[in-house]
Every structure is written in C-alpha cells, then in structure tokens.
Design a protein around this ligand. Structure first.
Ligand code: MN
Length: 330
C-alpha cells in the first residue's frame, strides 16, 4: 500500500484551485486557523499534533473535488466534539450551512456499531444514510474514517480490531454504494491488515512486485491483447487493474485455497460493441492464451440472478501468470 504524504493547508488550497480556479480559499484558511487554535495542545495517539488529522480529512475531500463547505467541514469536524468550540461560534464564523454539516458529522461520530450480524449492519447503514440528510455529511465521515484507518497502528490492539470491524461492516459498503471505489479499496486493505495481519503480510510479501511494476505488467498485457484482437478485426477497449489485497483474500476464502492457487492478481475487462463480438473476442483470447480449466463462465447465455451479463475466463498470460478476463459490451 502506498504511503500517503502528509497534507497541508497549501496542498489543500492547491488541489481546490486545480478544479475550481475561482474558489474563495479564504474560508478554508479561516477554518484552518479556527481548528488549529481549537485543537492546539492536543495530540494524536501517534504523538503528533492533532491538526494533521482534520487536515488529512480536508485533503481527501479536496481530492474528491468536493465543494468549499465540505472541505471547511472536514477541517472543523472534530472541533465541537473534542474542543471548547461550540456550534454557536461556528454558526457565527462560518454560517448556517457549514454548522449543519459539522453538527451532522458530530452526531454520526457519537454512534458506534457493535454486533457484526449482517441484518443489523444493514439497518445501521440505512440509519446512517437517513440521519445524515445531507450526503456531504457521509462523505466527510468517510474521509474521517479513512484517516483513522490510515493511522490505526497507533491504537491499542482491541481498539484496532473494533474500528476495523466496524469499518468493514458499515463504511466500506457505504463507500461502495456511493461509487467511491478508491476509498472502498483502501479501507478494505487497511481492514485486512488489522483484522487478519497474518494474511495481509503474507500477501504483501508474495506480491513483491511494486505497484509500478504491476502497472507496467498490465500495460504490456493490454498492448499485446489489443494487437491480437485487432488482427482478428475485433474493436475493443481494454481496461486492466491490479487486484487489491482484500479481493485476493476474499477469493482465497471463497475457494478455500492458499495464495499459490490464486495467482490471478491482475484482472482485465474487454469492452466490445455487441454480443457476437464478445464471443469473437473470447475466441481470440483462448486461441492466444491457454485457458485454465473450470474457470470459464458464460453469464451472457446464463445471466446472474441480479441481471449481470458478461463472459469470465482465466488464462495463462504472456508472462506465465494467471490473468482474469471479463468480456462484455459497452
Ligand atoms: Mn475525526
């Protein structure tokens, strides 16, 4: 997993003006100063100044290209709960909209979820979404949770377990439903690291290739496959990705296998014009790379119950490792 660089007021403002050149970053600076004053003297469990936490939360919100109010809320989100600052002061300094957002996040933070029963978890997720009213409250909460998970190593083990489990039960499904896949992926990998450290570190060791190497590998397979498909007149878009640790772990669990049998750590999606082209592309793939027996699934002829349609296969790729391929129409 990539180490994240500590954010600062400067990087936050830089990110905002990159997608919103006329942004009034004065309010962001004002919120930074307000929070910095309120949290002054407080430390994180890591021993660092508390301010690095709201700053990282605000940076995540800026990375998500959210509005100024959300980013300001990110900076202020812990002031009411953890300092002498009050909602009245925030109302006076930052107005009603931001006050409502800060209040929403504060209320969510007071809720903790204990059982890991699926039905209860679903109810709790619904409650959070209903309670938040404004979707931005949930986005701030997700950014808050992301930073807490990134810095979880500084907490005692029993707290690590509880927070990671709650994240997996409640917050990763919410981030998934909101379509925030990078947050979901990072949260899931962090949860795995604290809930099943043995699995996590084994995977990290086995997948010794650096991210860059994996990306280069994906690029090469994409190019080779693209050429092959062109030879046979199949117009296709190929999207490749390196699977994240948690998805590899889930696969190992499902198939009750060891890592050695789950070598398809890169996955590709081939998008074509129509269904006939799907089967044509499959033919090209199987003629080019050796398919792994028992791994071909035709969800086009037999869609999944949720309506999902696609061709799935796993082949031995050009570099000898397993490659998972999904073929579907645009
Ligand atoms: Mn917080």
């Amino acid at each position: 997993m990539a180490k994240y660089d500590p954010a600062s007021l400067k990087t936050i403002c830089g990110t905002i003006t990159s997608y919103y050149p006329d942004a009034k970053v004065e309010l962001v600076k004002k919120a930074y100063n307000f929070a910095e004053k309120a949290h002054r003297g407080q430390l994180r469990s890591s021993g660092e100044p508390y301010m690095i936490h709201p700053v990282d939360v605000a940076q995540t919100l800026a990375d998500l290209k959210l509005d100024i109010s959300s980013i300001v809320t990110g900076l202020l989100h812990d002031t009411v709960e953890d300092t002498h600052a009050t909602l009245e002061e925030i109302e006076k300094e930052f107005g009603h909209e931001i006050t409502e957002l800060v209040d929403g996040v504060t209320k969510l933070s007071k809720m903790t979820f204990k059982t890991s029963e699926e039905k209860q978890a679903e109810n709790f997720r619904k409650m959070i979404v209903a309670m938040a009213k404004d979707i931005r409250v949930i986005l701030v909460k997700l950014a808050d949770r992301l930073n807490n998970m990134r810095t979880l190593e500084h907490l005692p083990p029993h707290k690590q377990q509880a927070i990671a489990q709650e994240t997996l039960d409640i917050y990763t499904p919410i981030s998934n439903r909101l379509g925030m896949s990078w947050i979901k992926i990072e949260l899931e990998d962090l949860c795995l690291r604290f809930l099943h450290p043995d699995v996590y570190y084994k995977l990290a060791q086995k997948i010794a290739r650096t991210k860059k190497e994996r990306e280069k590998h994906i690029e090469q397979i994409t190019e080779l496959t693209q050429e092959k498909l062109k030879e046979y007149d199949v117009q296709a878009t190929i999207v490749g990705r390196a699977k994240h640790f948690y998805s590899i772990y889930k696969k190992m669990e499902r198939r009750k296998t060891e890592f050695e049998q789950v070598f398809d750590i890169v996955a590709f999606r081939i998008l074509v014009e129509n269904i006939t082209e799907c089967y044509k592309a499959l033919g090209v793939i199987h003629a080019t790379y050796k398919p792994i027996p028992g791994r071909f699934k035709d969800y086009i002829a037999m869609p999944k119950t949720n309506g999902y349609q696609s061709l799935h296969t796993t082949v031995v790729g050009p570099y000898g490792d397993r490659v998972e391929i999904q073929i579907r129409t645009h």
